[in-house]
Design a protein around this ligand. Structure first.
Ligand code: ZN
Ligand code: ZN
Length: 181
């Protein structure tokens, strides 16, 4: 199982919350997302790349779920996967950092993106337990990249001064929501 590739319309969908009736489906969705995240992807400039995050709509699941595996840098070490269900970014620090980002759904592209250095977020894990945590640096960037995904926003939407979006009638472009609230 591999990530859907841009311009797949599912990538610009604003995903829905996981409600009480949806919870029985979460285990299977997360398993599929993990499989897709740990696939090998090829980037024309950087060679084999590994997923460090993965959003549900990247394999067509229309839910507010994403994964983070911040230690998957070489694809070999023990992988700690964190599951973020119904995440909310409700606070961020003042400093902004720029980092090179890639996206498994947009192969061969890479882009410097500005993100908050620190975010405070709330989410539920796979057992339904609520977490409120501050995420820093690398984890903060991954969180924001994936949080964008479940709001239908991809890196291409952040091109200056206009998004490069080739999806017809893209809802995200219509709303112009490329920046954090
Ligand atoms: Zn991505
Ligand atoms: Zn768009």
């Amino acid at each position: 199982m591999k990530a859907l590739i841009w311009p797949d319309k599912k990538l610009v969908k604003v995903c829905k919350e996981v409600g009480p009736k949806d919870w029985p489906k979460v285990g299977k969705m997360v398993k599929d997302m993990e499989e897709a995240m740990f696939e090998y992807y090829h980037h024309k400039e950087f060679g084999v790349i590994h997923g460090v995050g993965f959003a549900a709509n990247q394999i067509g699941y229309d839910y507010r779920i994403f994964l983070m595996c911040s230690n998957n840098k070489d694809g070999k070490k023990k992988k700690d996967v964190r599951v973020f269900i119904n995440p909310k970014l409700f606070m961020h620090g003042r400093s902004i950092e720029t980092q090179l980002e890639m996206c498994l759904s947009i192969p061969d592209q890479h882009k410097e993106i500005q993100r908050w250095a620190t975010v405070t977020a709330k989410w539920q894990d796979i057992e339904g337990k609520t977490h409120v945590e501050r995420l820093n640096r690398w984890e903060s960037k991954i969180f924001q990249h994936e949080y964008d995904h479940i709001n239908g926003v991809v890196c291409l939407h952040k091109e200056d001064p206009h998004p490069i979006c080739d999806i017809e009638n893209c809802e995200v472009c219509k709303k112009g929501r490329f920046v954090y609230e």
